[in-house]
Design a protein around this ligand. Sequence first.
Ligand code: PBG
Length: 331
Amino acid sequence: MSGSYPNTRMRRLRANAWSRSLHRENLLTPADLIWPLFVTEGAGVEEPVATLPGVSRWSVDGVVERAKEAVALGIPVVALFPNTQPDRRSDDGAEATNPDNLMCRAIQAIKDACGDDIGVLTDVALDPYTSHGQDGLLDAAGYVINDDTVAVLVDQALNQAEAGADIIAPSDMMDGRVGAIRIALEMNGHPNAQIMSYAAKYASAFYGPFRDAVGSGDLLKGDKKTYQMDPANGDEALREIELDLAEGADSVMVKPGLAYLDIIWRAKQAFNVPIFAYQVSGEYALIEAGAAAGAGDRDALLMEKLLAFKRAGCAGVLTYHAPVAAKILNG
Ligand code: PBG
């Protein structure tokens, strides 16, 4: 099938920039990027997130400016995460279903300003709204109750869709939530609202800075191992993805990203559907810290990691580096 040396010299095609360009197998463009944004109350507010250098929480007006920036850079989607005020957090996370919550106001403001120039992705899970930082409702023993939580998640998803969300992204890992959300969207006039499910989401040590950003880190006691996946498992991820697709997910996500490239690859081979990676907060922070410590050139490090997701089979990547990467790609 392949020749042998010297008939075949693998370095021949690498000898010049034009040839490397001609033979490049994978391409990253700004259109592959989804930019996660943290929203906070107030007006004209920018709060840097200490554990995520270069990332801030923005009040709604600032988030709108970021969305306009995304449009200008060619980034097709922003993902929103609210830092809910402490007095609006409760055991049952009821603020998640309030039509006037921070999330809904941000969705509406972006849609009013940018219309269909940008897609708005919204996270479905209760952790930014609960006083205990878990993604769902707790029983007396502190166990996250699946079916009761799904009922609230359906209301949360509808609340977001009513506010104008384009992509509903359940990140909670409850069983059956994708199917329940899909039916509710169909029955309530949102047949074209997409579902991008966090299908294979691991109980990861890489989420720490995110929890600081949404303000749930100090509230959370224990871990999320009864619903998020064991990092030791791969076959189980394929079952999760298969189930979410059967329940009506339009696209699926693997999260975190780089430590789970094998899952992305296997899912792409098995299902050939749009797969997204979430390069999570801890991954972002490690690149920034590594570059600051002299481990390498920041831009080169981040672009190499983002390209790896395309090579593994991703349609796109959620990354806090989205605006930086887009600027690099746009020259
Ligand atoms: C909420 C949610 C989390 C992230 C996205 N949605 C945190 C968690 O599950 O604890 C993590 C994102 C990141 O670390 O960048 N369910």
